[in-house]
Design a binder for this molecule. Structure first.
Ligand code: ADP
Ligand code: MG
Length: 408
């Protein structure tokens, strides 16, 4: 069992800084404003990520800091792309926070320093999309230095980008100190530390979704901590194939069949529980007549769309017994009502577990979207804002953006 220190998430946070460290100081804050835009002119379609950054921004404003926000948005490939400007995000932030948000078109220009200097205590500036400059993804030290000259301290609050070694995630904190975790990040670290370090038992993890390659590796690490791992969603079919069963046209990762077979051999059905039945259809994109079959008895002209009713009941029973729950990845193609039951059953069971006092964490963009669709996002202990980053933390990997911050 890995030691407590090995999870490596213990970092200094904004709360560890005294008011005197913040008053009048320029706080350069890396936020995750990579939000969906739509329409013409572009507008923010879902402000969830902007909302998630508000506690840190409010904390800094209340302490009299001058707040300089920076983020990436989409993949503009190192040059300006008007469709990916952060301006509409700045306007959305203004509306949410009820205060002016200034905008800096070119953080490299001399004028940027002056604009920051003119900022009043509690004032906010947002820098243009960092990925308009190649130095961001290249982690160019000169670009990082140009950003660092706009702050007296660095606050990292972009959980979803911690796995990237970019200028704003790892190069800026290397040269700008203090470099601390924001409130959102601190809450994420706390949640994942709690899962890795002495979780209340039984600890049940549920994994599903479509991004199998990354997740299967993580599953190996989660099996070291969890008492039981339940597998549904697209991930399950790779295990069926590893058992030599027919999977028809289901989503599978052929390169990982060997890994799946090893995991099954090493852990057995007691700890690694793969969905035993499935809802299948001839064409999962147009499910005319979905059918329930045993996972071992699929026909070649069908594909898995969801876990079946026996798996739903079995998974719900495990979750009902758990004291700690981690869930990442929908159990089926929940966007289609024909395949939503499995995800719905897990979401309800996790909410029920929370209600009776279990500690529950849900991560992954689509899993959180599914939870929100059911109106249950307030019914779990912690909703994680980063899918991949959370899985990496659970696997004990040291993320570049995390390593760059000061230890607690
Ligand atoms: P998250 O965003 O929660 O980390 P993923 O991105 O890995 O989850 O996967 C979410 C997607 O997985 C959903 O769009 C869902 O439709 C899809 N999915 C779930 N089960 C299956 C399946 N059996 N076959 C194909 N796609 C699936
Ligand atoms: Mg996803």
């Amino acid at each position: 069992m890995p030691s407590v220190a090995s999870s490596g998430t213990h970092r200094r946070s904004l709360r560890d800084l005294a008011a005197g460290d913040l008053a009048g100081r320029r706080a350069l804050v890396r936020v995750d404003f990579n939000v969906p835009l739509g329409g013409d002119p572009p507008q923010v379609r879902d402000p969830a990520r902007i909302r998630a950054a508000l506690p840190t921004i409010e904390h800094l404003r209340a302490a009299g800091a001058r707040v300089v926000l920076m983020s990436h948005l989409g993949r503009p490939k190192g040059r300006p792309d008007p469709a990916l400007s952060l301006r509409p995000v700045g306007r959305e932030l203004e509306a949410l926070i009820g205060a002016d948000v200034g905008f800096v078109d070119d953080p490299l220009a001399a004028a940027a320093v002056d604009e920051v200097a003119r900022l009043q205590p509690g004032g906010i500036l947002l820098l243009e999309n960092l990925r308009f400059w190649p130095g961001e993804t290249d982690a160019d030290p000169a670009f990082a230095a140009a950003l660092a000259r706009l702050g007296d301290l660095f606050v990292q609050d972009a959980f979803g980008t911690l796995h990237r070694a970019h200028a704003s995630t790892s190069a800026v904190p290397a040269v700008l100190r203090p470099a601390v975790a924001g409130l959102l990040l601190a809450a994420e670290f706390e949640a994942f530390a709690r899962l890795r370090e002495e979780p209340a038992r039984p600890y049940v993890a549920i994994l599903g979704g479509a991004k199998i390659s990354g997740k299967l590796e993580t599953l190996r690490a989660i099996l070291e901590h969890a008492d039981r791992v339940l597998v549904g969603g697209g991930m399950a079919s790779t295990f069926y194939l590893a058992r030599g069963w027919e999977v028809g046209g289901s989503l599978v990762e052929h390169e990982l069949v060997q890994v799946a077979a090893e995991l099954l051999d090493a852990h057995g059905a007691e700890r690694l529980e793969i969905a035993m039945d499935a809802v299948v259809a001839h064409d999962v994109r147009h499910p005319a007549s979905p059918r329930v079959v045993a996972a071992a008895a699929m026909a070649p002209d069908t594909s898995v769309g969801d876990i079946g009713p026996r798996s739903r009941a079995a998974f719900a029973r495990r979750i009902d017994e758990a004291a700690t729950v981690f869930w990442n990845g929908p159990m089926g193609i929940f966007e289609s009502p024909a395949f939503a039951e499995g995800t719905l059953a897990v979401a309800r069971a996790v909410a029920r577990a929370t209600e009776r006092g279990a500690y529950t964490v849900v991560g992954g963009g689509d899993s959180v979207a599914a939870l929100a669709q059911m109106g249950l996002q307030g019914s779990v202990s912690h909703v994680s804002t980063g899918g991949g980053a959370g899985l990496e933390l659970l696997a004990g990997r040291v993320l570049p953006g995390l390593a760059a911050l000061e230890s607690a």
